[in-house]
Design a protein around this ligand. Structure first.
Ligand SMILES: [Fe+2]
Length: 183
């Protein structure tokens, strides 16, 4: 998969999780908790690899796309704030469903802009070979991307890369013992 195919497949994966959440009944709190935990992991990894590799490559390929990338970074920042809050918010909380609904709304907007505007523009300025290489790099980076949201950490190179690895290790450690600590 080239970079754009990989990122589009990620978008489809989270859209499936969103639809499942929306189909879950008001009392299906265990299912909704599990879905939101999956959404947190998927979106954190996705945002992390875009910020580490894709957005910097886009800006390097064409500086005119810088404004679109900056807007995307702000949208990521907003989403991460929701994700960090949702990680701690019990599924039974009064605000839980509303918070997820607004997150879904914002991510759908972000995906629409990326797939409708940014990705087609990137296809025009990057070669097939570069997009294929970038796809491979994105796939490899998934293994070491953060799995939890860190809205207050740097999101542009070099500091997101410097901070990213220790955060990713810590995230996986937290994930491994999550079932041992009370939520
Ligand atoms: Fe994105």
């Amino acid at each position: 998969m080239d970079a754009i195919e990989l990122l589009t497949a990620d978008h489809q994966k989270v859209e499936t999780l969103f639809s499942r959440f929306e189909a879950a009944g008001p009392r299906a709190t265990t299912t909704k908790r599990r879905l939101v935990d999956q959404i947190i992991t998927e979106l954190s990894v996705h945002a992390g690899i875009e910020e580490m590799l894709f957005y910097p490559a886009v800006r390097r390929a064409d500086s005119a796309l810088g404004d679109q990338v900056l807007e995307a970074l702000e949208e990521h920042h907003g989403a991460k704030t929701f994700l960090a809050e949702l990680e701690r918010l019990p599924a039974q909380a009064e605000r839980f469903d509303a918070k997820v609904a607004v997150l879904i709304e914002q991510i759908r907007h972000h995906v629409k802009e990326e797939e409708g505007e940014l990705f087609p523009a990137v296809r025009k300025v990057m070669s097939k070979e570069d997009l294929a290489d970038l796809g491979e790099a994105l796939e490899n980076a998934k293994a070491t991307a953060p799995t939890r949201a860190h809205p207050h950490q740097p999101d542009v190179p070099p500091f997101n890369i410097v901070m990213g690895l220790p955060m990713a290790i810590a995230d996986r450690a937290v994930g491994a013992v999550r079932h041992l600590v009370s939520r």
